[in-house]
Write a protein that binds this ligand. Sequence first.
Ligand SMILES: Cc1cc2nc3c(=O)[nH]c(=O)nc-3n(C[C@H](O)[C@H](O)[C@H](O)COP(=O)(O)OP(=O)(O)OC[C@H]3O[C@@H](n4cnc5c(N)ncnc54)[C@H](O)[C@@H]3O)c2cc1C
Length: 483
Amino acid sequence: MFATMGALGLAPTAAAAAPAYRAPSPADFHLTGRGRARVAILGGGIAGPAKAYELGKAGYDCTVLEARDVVGGRNFTVRRGTTETDLDGRTQQARFGDGVYLNAGPGRLAQWMVTLDYCRGLGVPIEVFTNANADALIYNESAGMTAPVRFRTAKADVFGYVSELLAKATNQGALDAALTTADKERLMTFLRSYGSLGSTFAYAGGSRRGFAAYPGAGNDEDTPLAGPAALADVFASNVGRYFSFELGYDQAMLMFQPVGGMDQIPKALGRAVGGHRIKNGAEVTDVTDTGSSVAVTYRQSKAVRVLHADFCVATLPPHLMARIPHNLGTPVTSALAEFGVTAAGKIGLEYKRRWWEEDDRIYGGITETDLDLQHIWYPSYGFHGRRGLVVGYYNTGAAARTYSALPHAEREARALAQGVTAPSSRPGRWSPRSTSGCSRASRRAGPRRRSRCAPSCRPARRRFPGRRSTAGRSPRARSRRSR
Ligand SMILES: Cc1cc2nc3c(=O)[nH]c(=O)nc-3n(C[C@H](O)[C@H](O)[C@H](O)COP(=O)(O)OP(=O)(O)OC[C@H]3O[C@@H](n4cnc5c(N)ncnc54)[C@H](O)[C@@H]3O)c2cc1C
């Protein structure tokens, strides 16, 4: 009778109850034969939960001790409501719009990274991160540039002139010792194509540089760009120094990001591991190897507790592990002391209008500068949306320390003063299109992150803090302002 009701649509059938087929994946690997050995995992960034996830599948009983209130560590996404207190006690709270976020730490994943396998296994959707964009800009103030130039134009000119020079050297016999006649012919063919050279193997510009106005249909002709500048001027502009970036093994034109923010990965790992296995707000203060086990002392809610385990895995950054009292011996202590830290800073600027798409025709990618803001990132999500967030600076080293030394409001003002504007409409100094700022500079990681920036600001401006740091402090900040 049940089957009859099912056939009439009055009851679920066996077929309807069957779960959809899902192909097995490597992440389904489980081992339960091992005893319930206990493992204390220090640090709940990305490595700690990943370790607990893998060991958990092998039957280990893992506990993650994380000093902060959330998992993720440097993998940190700022969105509305995110609150951060810097080392000097100043607190900021992000008030970005719906769906707007800043990846204050990592922001892009290479295709070979195992991180993508975790995304697949844990069901974290990913999307393309545009790392290199022919329509993004280059601006080298110290080289005398008075306006930014698009990557495609800079590449056309540099590749063109380099090809022209190499063709000359080849034709004049300078490479005869290294090349056969056939080799030279092949090289010349390549150079003509690579550099867009004419029949005389001279570079004279061309359409790959782009246009001031692109050609349309019929009689709607293009308006050429000025240039190219002379060979010496192109090399003097030093635009070519940015071209090799995407060739790095951990970079590429095409990269990936989790939909909705990089912290979707540690969140998914945390869910897979189980909340009961992750102790947040637990700052490790001592690690003692007792010979047969390990005793990890930690502070949580002002109470001092000890976790006894059979094994301990430390995923803290080495320079932080070095500060934790332990009895692991001199070689370990010396090895930990070898690691240094570097400074990094980011500011998130939310805009009411996506001017970089609407006016400048830049859809994702990175503008490169020799200013101390260094890199400007355009968002690889929310294309054609109403609002959007630009990473107004992403810098490292001395440049990050320069920004970090400023109060939050001054970081934002500096980023905007150095900021970008349309490449063609406003030659000369770039000027900001709008504002809303959020900045972060961070030291590699720390048990407690605190901003040293003033929250402050005009009432019209809402800001979230930044944390930054140099070798002992980390701040980060972010804010939003409407145009
Ligand atoms: C600005 C920036 C940009 C980056 N960009 C990229 C990128 O685009 N792509 C990429 O792949 N990688 C990138 N990285 C590197 C990447 O973020 C790190 O490799 C990765 O997040 C490190 O994870 P982890 O778990 O090893 O360490 P962490 O994330 O540092 O985690 C360590 C954890 O230990 C905790 N902790 C510290 N002390 C204690 C204590 N005493 N007790 C308990 N817990 C403690 C910390 O709070 C933290 O949560 C970037 C890093 C930064 C800073």
